[in-house]
Ligand binder design. Structure first.
Ligand code: GRF
Length: 207
């Protein structure tokens, strides 16, 4: 049985597209069964709809309480029989009700080398600006299990690249994004195949 994946995204969804394309073959162990966003006009929703993938948008302010909001997200995931949650540029915190229920089955990608340049406020160009302002010589990507905190939960993979002296946030972001497109689909596939697990806080990777 293929694993059902929900991709949570707020933006353009380039990672969504690369993951979708890499899972398209019949032999793959997973399929994107749902796209979740918090932005009505997010381009990722159009991409998902083009592929015939159901989409759902959740706004915290449409619910009387945070608990109802969290319950509705969880219930939607259960209705779509979601096994794995892949965060790909989702700009709001996933409620801990959901991450607890899906412990060890939620992953995120961050466009820098955690634990540096991560946490609240570090998203999009803010990350790359901070990297350049700090004068560090390397940056890269971090793919990690996600829990209720921003950018936390056990590192699965990191890939580094050089920061060039003349880099702008844009030029660095473009090179980092290429690394994301190369590695995130592979990790999603490995997770679907059971090759990556989180047990008792430890990350176990079987080649
Ligand atoms: C990526 O840079 C990812 O690292 C971050 O959000 C961005 C999403 O980009 N978490 P896209 O929407 O997949 O193009």
């Amino acid at each position: 049985m293929k694993k059902n994946i929900a991709v949570f995204a707020s933006g353009t969804g380039s990672n969504f597209t690369y993951i979708h394309d890499s899972l398209k073959s019949n032999e793959s162990a997973g399929r994107i069964a749902l796209c979740v966003s918090n932005v009505d006009q997010a381009a990722v929703l159009t991409r998902a709809a083009d592929y015939g993938i159901p989409v759902r948008v959740f706004h915290r302010n449409q619910f009387a309480t945070y608990a109802e909001y969290a319950r509705d997200i969880l219930q939607t995931l259960q209705e779509h029989a979601i096994d794995i949650i892949v965060l790909a540029g989702y700009l709001v915190k996933v409620p801990s009700l959901v991450t607890d229920q899906y412990a060890g089955r939620v992953i995120n990608i961050h466009p820098a080398l955690l634990p540096s340049f991560g946490g609240k406020g570090f998203f999009g160009r803010h990350v790359h600006e901070a990297v350049i302002n700090a004068g560090v010589r390397v940056s890269g990507i971090t793919i990690h299990f996600a829990d209720g905190d921003y950018d936390r939960g056990g590192i699965i993979l990191q890939k580094a690249l050089a920061v060039h002296p003349d880099d702008s946030a844009e030029s660095l972001a473009a090179r980092v994004l290429k690394l994301e497109h190369l590695w995130y689909p592979r990790i999603v596939r490995d997770l679907c195949e059971g090759k990556i697990q989180r047990r008792n806080g430890k990350i176990i990777i079987n080649e």
